[in-house]
Design a protein around this ligand. Structure first.
Ligand SMILES: O=C(O)[C@H](O)[C@@H](O)[C@H](O)[C@H](O)COP(=O)(O)O
Length: 256
């Protein structure tokens, strides 16, 4: 398992700007190395700020967006176009602004989509989509260059909530009912899937995240604190603002 690194930025705005730059560099490096790139998006306020920041960077045009695959770590199980869907947010902030190949954009199914209003069928359909893009040597999953996650105040990541049975799910993608954060019904990549990503970035800003971030980095159990259970194969990066980093053990900080 990769060692976690922690980068701390002065405030949420600078954090979003810094993550946007990192994301562009990661996509450029992936395309230089393997001719294409794949990123896994998340929802939430800080993620939206990152997507807006990417859209505003002139260097965004250095990426060949037609060779970027876009996946999601989780989705709120709502009708297509609902403003609460993570997909809707990402499209408005970034995906509608850059010249992506629509065939390479892989939103999780909507509740009014072909899989019907059945989150289990939606999760199975997404698992099938992942398998169709499987990388050589892996039966069910594509290569993910970078997988971004927000962190909930309770330590949830994607739609994996503390003590929720989805924690033990080994399928690639799963339905989640009874989410403590609305909406109650969601779909999510599972922990074993998330942990195949080359790099996992946990992005958190604000004082309300300090406790969860501090506990995860101090070695809390992943069932109680799902953020403690995710890691990239090559790198696990915690990208924080000062407020969110307030309880990070001092030996792990690299202050900006
Ligand atoms: O579907 C969701 O609700 C999100 O994917 C969720 O996991 C989010 O990333 C965190 O709750 C952090 O959100 P904020 O950045 O808004 O605090």
């Amino acid at each position: 398992m990769s060692e976690a690194s922690v980068a701390v930025h002065a405030d949420a705005d600078l954090l979003a700007q810094a993550v946007a730059v990192r994301l562009l560099v990661k996509l450029l490096d992936a395309q230089a190395d393997r001719g294409e790139a794949a990123m896994v998006l998340t929802g939430g306020r800080i993620a939206a700020a990152v997507y807006r920041a990417v859209a505003q960077l002139p260097a965004r045009d250095a990426v060949d967006w037609s060779r970027v695959d876009v996946w999601w770590g989780d989705e709120r199980f709502l009708p297509a176009g609902d403003p609460e869907r993570n997909e809707t947010q990402a499209r408005a902030a970034l995906l509608d602004v850059v010249p992506l190949d629509p065939a390479r954009v892989h939103p999780m199914p909507a509740s009014d989509g072909p899989a019907g209003n059945d989150p289990e069928a939606a999760a199975a359909a997404y698992a099938d989509e992942l398998a169709r893009a499987a990388r050589p040597g892996h039966a069910t999953l594509p290569h993910f260059d970078v997988l971004m996650l927000g962190v909930g105040e309770d330590g949830h990541v994607a739609s994996i909530f503390p003590e929720h049975p989805v924690h033990y799910d080994t399928r690639p993608c799963s339905a989640v009912r009874g989410s403590p954060k609305p909406p109650a019904v969601r779909t999510t990549l599972t922990l074993p899937t998330i942990n195949t990503a080359e790099e996992v970035w946990l992005v958190a800003g604000g004082a309300d995240k300090a406790r969860a971030v501090g506990m995860a980095l101090a070695g809390a159990g992943p069932v109680q604190l799902p953020a403690a259970g995710v890691h990239g194969v090559d790198r696990t990066r915690w990208l924080l603002d000062r407020a969110a980093a307030a309880d990070v053990p001092a030996r792990l900080r690299s202050l900006r």
